[in-house]
Design a protein around this ligand. Structure first.
Ligand code: NAD
Length: 502
């Protein structure tokens, strides 16, 4: 709560949180951001924010009611016309200042992410830089919302197409990338000329609130970005989606919640973008460069300690390279230091909560009971924080539950294969389709395999796909639409066609 550094807080802030021992930040307002004011909301209740590395309460944030959510819609509606009419260059300038300000606060923001999410500081810092890039990218895109002009085939008229802001957007984000998932939505919404309401995950509200204050200070006008945290997201989000003024839903989270929200969005036929769960396969062919494949596997599996929608969930490794791959992965994963996110020596941080540990434990136990061999880890340790050790399971049978479900933790499940056709079939045998990885020394073959993988994104001889300049998103039950690139901007626009004769 506010203390000696309270003077660093915005003047209207009520409750605030000061990050212990952190330099260069400010007291984070922990209320709701509505119409440029920090307000405690109408419930009188607060939500505890935990440190997953210790299990202790860090602070609390305001708990929004449905009425608070609708006040945020009022604020977004009041700001909508003037923000849509703000010249693209002026919108770009605001976004550029947001980018600069996030960079200036990078270490401090990383500290907040590590505190409330548990991830290791290098992962947190990487996230902040990635998150900031969305402001830079969309500052550049804001001035390139070009339309189309064509002569109608019959020759009678011109077809003029203009991309207009879609309208007020509800943005809902998960806890695993609390900064990047927020900026990946806020930046294109603002670039397109939309106002928005962000509903961050209840586990990690502080990062979003810190970003909210950074945006205010960077000159985002009142009501353009509003933020509401709640312990009961269903009713609040449904009420917002049933308000006729709201025209866009952009959601990142589990497929299960995505399906609920699609049903809610159908009530008013709200345009929806969905970034949902993944079950990424990681294929390693005999001709792959072993060291490169291991390096890529470590990034694909261990970035964020495995708590990433793009995380490699199933490794399919060809028989010739299989023993060496398993041995080296065990060596590399076993060398990682497990510890509190904010400890500067930590390489693998804590999981988000107790439920996550229980889910990983049950998936590992199930695989072992069905015949998987534990090569590393595989057992949760003692202690107050929510830790699971880096683990490697070899010879995982295809009927193990973790072949079908997201592990969302530091567990590598490895399956051998003989024939590449089998590997492709196994890789595609899932209802998910977010990202896939392929390692091979033959680029032509790699491209052919990539084209046959039923995924929105394929990393070929790389362990990372995320890039603000590339269209991020999934097929099948991993989602609808794309974030990043020019595609992400178009998600916040509506094509207006004008038939004109002149
Ligand atoms: P989650 O679905 O439980 O929660 C996501 C958000 O939805 C949170 O803000 C939560 O409060 C909110 N929510 C929950 N129930 C709701 C309801 N009934 N109505 C409205 N909102 C509701 O997911 P999570 O556990 O926070 O995140 C992990 C999941 O997110 C994983 O499945 C992961 O793969 C996915 N994810 C996907 C991407 C992507 O880009 N595809 C990125 C990150 C995470």
């Amino acid at each position: 709560m506010s203390s000696s550094t309270a003077s660093l807080a915005p003047t209207d802030a009520g409750h605030t949180y000061v990050v212990p021992d952190a330099k260069g930040g400010f007291a984070i307002p922990t209320d709701l951001l509505i119409a440029d004011k920090w307000t405690a909301g109408t419930s009188g209740k607060r939500i505890d924010v935990l440190n997953p590395s210790t299990g202790e309460v860090l602070t609390s944030v305001a708990d929004a009611t449905v009425a608070d959510g609708l006040s945020a819609v009022d604020a977004a509606a009041a700001a909508a016309a003037s923000w849509a009419a703000t010249p693209p260059r002026a919108r770009a300038n605001v976004l550029q200042r947001c980018f600069q300000s996030m960079l200036e606060h990078a270490d401090w923001l990383a500290q907040i992410i590590s505190l409330e999410n548990g991830k290791a500081l290098p992962d947190a810092r990487g996230e902040v830089l990635y998150a900031a890039e969305f402001f830079r990218w969309y500052a550049e895109e804001a001035v390139r919302i070009n339309g189309d002009l064509a002569i109608a085939p019959a020759g009678g008229n011109r077809i003029v197409v203009q991309y207009q802001p879609i309208g007020i957007a509800l943005l809902i984000t998960p806890w695993n990338f609390p900064a990047a998932m927020a900026t990946r939505k806020i930046a294109p919404a603002l670039a397109a000329g939309c106002t928005c309401i962000l509903k961050p995950a209840e586990e990690t509200p502080l990062t979003a609130l810190a970003v909210g204050e950074i945006l205010r200070r960077a000159g985002v006008p009142a009501g353009v970005v509003n933020m509401v945290n709640t312990s009961d997201p269903g009713p609040l989000c449904s009420a917002i989606l049933r308000d006729m003024r709201v025209r866009k839903l952009s959601f990142t989270g589990s497929t299960e919640v995505g399906k609920i929200l699609l049903r809610e969005a159908s009530y008013n036929v709200i345009n929806s973008s969905m970034e949902l769960g993944g079950n990424a396969p990681f294929l390693v062919l005999d001709d792959a460069d072993l060291d490169a494949a291991i390096e890529g596997a470590m990034i694909a599996k261990m970035r964020n300690a495995g708590e990433a929608c793009t995380a490699a969930n199933r490794f399919y490794v060809q028989e010739g390279i299989y023993p060496a791959f398993v041995e080296k992965l065990v060596e590399k994963m076993g060398a990682l230091k497990l510890g509190a996110g904010t400890d500067t020596t930590t390489q693998c941080g804590a999981m988000i909560n107790r439920a996550a540990i229980e889910k990983i434990t049950s998936l590992v136990d199930d695989a072992v009971a069905k015949g998987a061999k534990v090569k590393l880890g595989g057992k949760v340790g003692e202690g107050a924080g929510f830790f699971y050790p880096p683990s490697v399971l070899a010879d995982v049978p295809l009927n193990a539950n973790l072949i079908r479900e997201e592990i969302f933790g530091p567990v590598a499940a490895i399956v051998p294969f003989k024939d590449v056709e089998d590997a492709i079939r196994m890789a595609n045998d899932t209802e998910y389709g977010l990202s896939a990885y392929v390692y091979t020394g033959d680029l032509k073959r790699g491209m052919q395999i990539s084209e046959r993988l039923e995924y929105g994104m394929v990393a070929l001889n790389r362990g990372l796909v995320s890039d603000p300049a590339a269209p991020f998103g999934g097929v099948k039950q991993s989602g609808l639409g794309r974030e990043g690139a020019h595609h992400g901007l178009l998600e916040f626009t509506e094509a207006k066609y004008i038939a004109v004769s002149w």
